[in-house]
Design a protein around this ligand. Structure first.
Ligand code: TXA
Ligand code: MG
Length: 318
């Protein structure tokens, strides 16, 4: 008998060929990356791009990230500049996405970029997606594999939970090591961070030897995806909480409440990188346990804490 996870596959030669065939012909698949799972399709095909938007229920004005094996593979689609080369050498493959001007001759389907003349590119690090990208002759348009405005998936079962039987192919690449989405940085002018991530402003400034701006708190939305309500687990989220209300799930740092029900630690050692990795997994765990509300303690706003605060602030706009 088929089990409910029958569309989750172990990665091997046979499944790789099946995957390549499907993607060539406009199919989409749930794929692991080091950040979160993605819903990947052929970025050059209208059919694939449309399927991605439709499955996610994503507004058409919110562009997708285009994933490549290496910079050379991207050179016909994007205008390469010095900042890109610098950050590519330092951080790629890895959890960072670059916004660049798109070349006129680019074959990326315009609707993948929401018809903008810029394009978001990323070079993911996960072994499975790199093996795939090396073999195919097209890049992958790949947003996080969740329904629009929800929590990004960090395991193949999370992807299954999002799309059930509607997604025929999910590749099992284990639990995501980073657990939150890549840093998004606009390099079309003075570098500015549109979505904070594990590769933070200080690391980027050190590499570029330049001052980098933040642009994710502004009222003006320059990245259509930076809508306030986002990353929502589907139940109310309250941030900067100090006292448990007695019935909600309480997310905190450390191990003080280790033996208490309803308390969930993001990191026993209060390590912010580990906390980021656990955030979405714990959101889903709490939801599955049937809690009706989430309270979260104050998270220090440094390093990975900046990315965590960005996500929980948006989740709290539910
Ligand atoms: O870690 C990640 O980046 C994951 C994995 C699967 O690679 N992907 C991901 O994709 O988080 P998505 O679609 O959930 O988020 C992409 C973000 C959105 O906020 C979108 O608005 C922004 O990138 N974006 C894409 N193209 C853009 C562009 N041309 N200009 C500004 N922002 C753009
Ligand atoms: Mg997303």
């Amino acid at each position: 008998m088929k089990n409910s996870y029958s569309n989750i596959y172990t990665f091997n030669e046979k499944i790789l060929n099946k995957l390549i065939n499907s993607l060539k012909n406009g199919g989409v698949a749930g794929l692991p990356t080091e950040t979160v799972y993605g819903l990947g399709g052929n970025a050059y095909l209208k059919k694939s791009v449309e399927k991605i938007f439709q499955l996610k229920g994503r507004p058409k004005n919110n562009p997708l990230i285009i994933h490549y094996h290496n910079l050379n593979d991207a050179k016909n689609d994007i205008e390469i500049n010095n900042c890109l080369v610098n950050l590519y050498r330092k951080f790629c493959p890895g959890p960072i996405t670059f916004i660049l001007n798109r070349k006129m001759k680019s074959k990326i389907h315009p609707s993948a970029c929401a018809k903008l003349n810029t394009v978001a590119v990323r070079f993911p690090k996960h072994r499975i997606v790199r093996t795939l990208l090396k073999k195919i002759k097209f890049p992958l348009a790949m947003p996080s594999a969740n329904k629009s405005s929800g929590v990004s998936p960090v395991s193949p079962k999370d992807v299954f939970e999002e799309f059930k039987g509607k997604l025929k192919l999910i590749i099992n690449g284990g639990t995501c090591k980073i657990g939150i989405e890549s840093t998004v940085i606009d390099l079309t002018g003075t570098p500015q961070i549109l979505r904070p991530g594990i590769i933070d402003k200080i690391l980027i400034e050190k590499s570029l030897k330049l001052k980098v701006l933040y642009n994710f708190k502004n009222k003006k939305i320059i990245s259509p995806g930076m809508m306030k309500k986002h990353y929502s687990p589907g139940i109310p989220v309250l941030i900067n909480q100090t006292k448990h209300d007695g019935k909600s799930a309480f997310i905190y740092l450390g191990y003080n409440h280790k033996y208490k029900n309803s308390f969930f630690s993001l990191s026993k050692k209060s390590n912010l990188k580990e906390a980021a990795t656990n955030l979405y997994r714990i959101f889903r765990l709490i939801k599955r346990k049937g809690y009706k509300k989430i309270q979260i303690c104050k998270i220090p706003n440094t390093g990975p804490g900046i990315a965590i605060n960005d996500r929980i602030r948006r989740a709290s706009k539910f």
